[in-house]
Design a protein around this ligand. Structure first.
Ligand code: HEC
Length: 192
């Protein structure tokens, strides 16, 4: 009797035809077992809103959108996230990075303020390597010394981001835009 039922069931359960999706054998083979944030098939019973993806907690500050134009009338629309050159590739930074922030009074004022916060205690107000903390570092370079006069924008951006030798990295403390403003200001100090 049970054999007969099985035969009857199997004959009626599968239809041949393009419109019939039939039965899925081992659905885990097609659908992920883990929660996928961007492709969700069924309601998530654990999260109250039914979505796999969690909303950011209230008060979260969104990450900056780097598709940015700088200043009125400026045509530079760039993705600053492209400027994530790895630590060991300073030569690439020197070759390919172009400062996307226009070099104007506003950028220099902001660059100066940021320099005062992040660099001055070692590099000194005028960039001569005579900041109060410099003593602890047994010598901080003078930006105006011959060896440093040819540093280009990409080089300085990379040093700020990843550090170099005895200098610590500062990439986690400033946005790329802020780092580029400091780059302008370092050049200004070199010329002063
Ligand atoms: C805690 C001290 C300290 C702070 C803060 C600091 N630096 Fe430096 N910086 C150094 C030292 C030390 C060196 C020399 C590194 C070496 O050659 O070992 C250096 C080197 C440099 C160089 C030369 C890199 C080269 O090619 O040799 C640049 C450019 C520079 N710093 C820029 C900055 C800027 C811009 C800031 C602020 C965002 C900053 N530094 C913050 C200590 C500091």
């Amino acid at each position: 009797m049970s054999a007969l039922c099985f035969v009857a069931a199997s004959m009626s359960s599968c239809k041949r035809g393009h419109d019939s999706t039939s039965w899925e054998f081992a659905p885990n083979m097609y659908l992920p077992v883990g929660y996928e944030p961007y492709s969700q098939v069924s309601k998530n019973n654990i999260n109250a809103d039914g979505k796999n993806m969690r909303e950011p907690v209230p008060g979260t500050v969104s990450r900056r959108n780097y598709q940015t134009t700088f200043g009125a009338g400026d045509s530079a629309v760039v993705d600053l996230m492209l400027y994530n050159v790895p630590k060991d590739s300073i030569e690439i930074a020197e070759r390919v990075l172009v400062n996307p922030v226009p070099n104007n009074e506003k950028a220099l004022v902001e660059g100066k303020a940021l320099y005062g916060q992040y660099c001055q205690h070692c590099h000194g107000e005028g960039g001569e390597g005579n900041g109060l903390v410099a003593e602890q570092y047994k010598g901080v370079p003078n930006y105006k010394a011959d060896a440093y006069l040819n540093m280009n924008d990409g080089h300085i951006f990379h040093v700020i981001t990843h550090g170099k030798g005895r200098m610590w990295p500062h990439g986690s403390q400033m946005t790329p835009e802020e780092r580029w403003k400091i780059v302008h200001y370092v050049h200004k100090l070199q010329k002063s």
